[in-house]
Design a protein around this ligand. Structure first.
Ligand code: ARG
Length: 645
């Protein structure tokens, strides 16, 4: 890691004896912090305002043409001066600086451009030394930044949360991708992150599944492919149940017809009751009741379904670089937790009885929240009831500072109801720590064989597709060591990047051809950019070893392409902070595409292979730094950067 002493040495060589360091800045981690503090320290006395006001007014520019940092003069809150005149006045008063060019006054803005030479000198060593942690800042998650011994803030990120024996649909896929990314940004900011999967693994349907398994299950098939097999069993048994249901409906209609005619239907009624009693639905209810009552045998079978499914999920999640700290689930919510919550709801008069069921009329607080059932007539819990119990269990067990539910927008109402109920029964403290991060729908996600069922199927299909795309270029294809594995990684990148393109709330069309293309802003394009950098570095690795790079002669990087690339690389720590703020993967993704575009237009101008030794070393350091930033960004998004393809 880069230390403050390293920065001191670099700056003193250009005549700055004390590292500019405003409160809450990290010059050893974020090069732009040095500039922000430097400009603040000069501008505040000139403008006659507090340093804090200047510091907070400094913004980053959206395009390099607008400078590296800029300030809108109205932000300085100086009365009685026109903003544009103030900009001119401040520009003229700004003294010569070793770090920044004389500022440009442009309408209400004062624009600062970093001087190229010192910039390379400050930024590239910071990247080389901080390496895989460049851009991240583990101080942010400290409970008290001035006293690390007080520990870190804790966040639970609940994401993916599929339902056992049911399809893993596009909503689960998006939750997985976005949740993985959110976990990574909080980790990069130094929070203590708990990745949690809240499985749909409880309810009468698991009684149905168990009955189905008795009828159609195979031990062998279960071991080989638990997720697929349980789904097949579930589909089969449901078909039978549906037939039964249709039969009951027909019988009910007969009874009604008889009664309308004034005929006696008591025999038929008795018959219907008898059939229902002996039917599958009732059997499933009874089976689930045994599970609820803790019957060892019933629970044993269910636990095996759950364990085997989790084992398989783990393998698939690993392909997406995700590993969970906790596999929770609806089954893990204890009766005590739900009973306790029910008691508080009743005591606080938040809940009321309604025709034998228990409901909460949330319209008292907000019309849109409607009425929610928290206990069915037969006394059983619901999805919402379990979420209420679970929230208190998590609070007790994990003492989180923040909890994020990554769930599709379809469940906006559900989560709003959940948070409101927790709040109005006297736990505003807990409700305030919870956030729903939602996202829009994916349309048209299907496998080649039909509609999608499982994550593995989607990943297999995109992998196959990428394999086809790779084969088009035969020469290159032959050089790839493990084409199947490479195609697999590329396919996963394709799916993930497509998902992260655009704001979370927007849905999108699942478009296999587009996402798998090497052209345009796609996952394969990012991978290509990374592999190309790796290839350049490989080619010259015998001429300059990595530990020599830090001693490169930065004055040799003076072409506009080199300077602009360094300016882009300097932005990464700020982009990371901004990503933490927006919690949108697109914030990082947009930056990575901009950076890789700058990179690809620089290759013709900044040759490495064949350059004179010192120049080669300097350019290699530049490209190695670019690769580091690209890799850090890709990993943050959950991608696995490829070195060859
Ligand atoms: N298993 C649910 C589903 O597939 C998602 C769970 C979301 N999380 C929660 N705490 N309710 O719809």
């Amino acid at each position: 890691h880069q230390s403050l002493e390293d920065v001191t040495a670099i700056l003193s060589a250009i005549g700055i004896n004390e590292v500019p360091k405003q409160p809450n800045t990290y010059p050893e981690l974020n090069p732009v912090d040095i500039y922000r503090s430097h400009i603040t320290e000069i501008l505040a006395p000139i403008a006659g305002v507090d340093k804090e006001i200047v510091f907070r007014g400094l913004q980053w520019a959206t395009t390099l043409d607008n400078g590296d940092l800029l300030i809108a003069t109205p932000a300085l809150r100086i009365k009685g001066k026109k903003p544009d005149e103030l900009a001119k006045e401040l520009a003229s008063k700004f003294p010569e600086s070793p770090l920044v060019e004389p500022p440009k006054a442009d309408k209400n803005f004062l624009k600062f451009f970093f001087k190229p030479l010192p910039l390379a000198n400050i930024v590239l060593p910071s990247i080389i030394r901080n390496a895989s942690s460049y851009g991240f800042n583990r101080n942010i998650g400290l409970k008290d930044p001035s006293d690390p011994s007080k520990g870190r803030k804790r966040v639970i990120v609940e994401f993916s949360s599929p339902n056992i024996a049911k399809p893993f649909h596009a909503g689960h896929l998006r939750s997985t991708i976005i949740g993985g990314f959110l976990s990574n940004i909080y980790e990069g900011a130094g929070w203590d992150v708990i990745r949690m999967n809240y499985l749909g693994d409880w309810g009468k349907q698991y009684g149905v599944l168990a009955l189905g398994f008795e009828k159609f299950g195979s031990e062998e098939a279960l071991q080989a492919n638990p997720i697929g097999h349980l789904y097949d069993v579930y589909v089969k048994i449901n078909a039978i149940f549906r037939e039964e249901g249709e039969k009951y409906t027909a019988m009910e209609e007969d009874i009604k017809a008889k009664e309308v005619k004034g005929e006696d239907a008591s025999a038929e009624k008795q018959q219907l009751a008898k059939e229902k009693e002996a039917g599958g639905d009732e059997a499933a209810r009874k089976y689930f009741k045994r599970m609820v009552d803790g019957d060892k045998e019933a629970l044993g079978l269910w636990a095996r379904f759950r364990d085997l499914s989790i084992e398989r999920y783990k393998q698939t999640y690993a392909r997406l670089n995700i590993s969970y700290d906790v596999y929770s689930g609806e089954s893990q919510v204890k009766d005590e937790s739900m009973d306790k919550a029910a008691q508080i709801m009743a005591d606080t008069k938040v809940s009321e009885n309604s025709e034998g069921a228990v409901i909460v009329d949330l319209t008292r607080w907000n019309k849109k929240l409607g009425k929610a059932v928290v206990k069915k007539k037969d006394g059983t819990s619901l999805y919402l009831t379990r979420d209420i119990g679970e929230i208190f269990q998590r609070d007790e067990k994990f003492h989180f500072d923040k909890m994020i539910y990554v769930v599709a927008s379809q469940q906006d109402l559900h989560l709003a109801q959940l948070f409101k109920i927790v709040e109005v029964i006297g736990h505003k403290d807990i409700a305030d720590k919870c956030r729903h991060i939602n996202f829009g729908m994916v349309k048209g996600m299907s496998t080649r064989k039909g509609t999608v069922k499982f994550l593995d199927d989607i990943l297999r299909d995109v992998g196959d597709k990428m394999h086809e795309v790779m084969r088009v270029n035969d020469d290159k294809y032959k050089q790839v060591e493990d084409p199947v594995k490479t195609a697999d990684t590329l396919g996963i990148s394709a799916v993930m990047v497509q998902d992260m393109t655009g704001k979370r709330v927007n849905g999108y069309d699942f478009d296999m051809d587009r996402m798998c293309s090497f052209e345009g802003d796609t996952g394969p394009y990012l991978q290509y950019a990374h592999a190309r950098l790796s290839s350049i570095i490989r080619k010259v690795s015998t001429e300059a070893s990595p530990d020599q790079l830090i001693k490169a002669d930065w004055t040799l990087l003076k072409e506009k392409h080199a300077v602009d690339l360094i300016r882009a690389l300097a932005q990464w720590p700020d982009v990371f902070l901004n990503t933490l703020k927006t919690e949108e993967p697109i914030t990082t993704l947009t930056y990575l595409f901009k950076m890789t575009h700058a990179l690809s237009s620089s290759y013709d101008h900044l040759q490495v292979v064949g350059s004179a030794p010192e120049l080669l070393k300097a350019r290699m350091a530049l490209y190695a730094s670019a690769r580091q930033v690209l890799s850090n960004g890709m990993r943050l998004l959950g991608l696995s950067p490829l070195d060859r393809m």
